[in-house]
Design a protein around this ligand. Structure first.
Ligand code: 5GP
Length: 183
């Protein structure tokens, strides 16, 4: 059965590398998001994103054309709904690489979506990295770990599966197996 697949994860989780590794291994297509951020040098309009200005994006919102949207880093990002419906109708899996506010919207509007969260290695590893930098006070380290911990807790309730990216190949295989087993 074709499914909508959502993959989210904080920066530093290695989500992009995992998604690259899935291509050719698992049967799915990427949803092409709309965004108002500037294209990076190697990015192609219509392939990596639909690049547009805020006015065009707001027209999509008002037209009800987006499955979900969010503001991330001062830019709009959103998933056009129609290509998703077409792909699912044709029996193709569609994968959304979106941040967590968008994932929450998809959870509500499409409870049937397969939702996978990618976590960076471990709290211990994160703590070790913060301490190694040596420029962060003890109270700041505690505060940051607290924020990450609460995000992880929220994610564990929102997503169907969490994959911890200790080792890229292992994590990629784990995500591939989840998709194969659940589509
Ligand atoms: P980047 O600007 O690095 O390509 O993406 C920044 C963040 O926006 C990433 O976490 C990515 O998953 C997320 N993102 C990309 N497209 C969408 C989208 O259509 N909707 C939402 N909610 N987030 C998106």
């Amino acid at each position: 059965m074709a499914r909508l697949i959502v993959v989210s994860g904080p920066s530093g989780s290695g989500k992009s590398s995992i998604l690259k590794g899935l291509q050719g291994e698992v049967d799915f297509e990427f949803s092409v998001s709309a965004t108002t951020r500037d294209p990076r040098p190697d990015e192609v309009h219509g392939v990596d994103y639909l690049f547009m200005d805020s006015q065009e994006f707001e027209e999509l919102i008002l037209g009800g054309d987006l499955l979900e949207w969010a503001i991330y880093n001062d830019n709009y990002y959103g998933t056009p709904a129609e290509p998703i419906e077409e792909a699912l109708f044709d029996g193709r899996n569609v994968l959304l690489d979106i941040e967590i506010q968008g994932a929450r919207q998809v959870r509500n509007s499409r409870p049937d979506a397969l939702m996978i969260f990618i976590e960076p290695p471990s709290m211990e590893e994160l703590e070790r990295r913060l301490r190694k930098r040596g420029d962060t006070s003890e109270s700041d380290i505690e505060a940051r770990l607290g924020i990450v911990a609460s995000q992880m807790k929220e994610a564990s309730e929102l997503f169907d599966h969490t994959v911890v990216n200790e080792d890229l190949d292992v994590a990629t295989k784990e995500v591939a197996n989840l998709i194969i087993a659940n589509t």
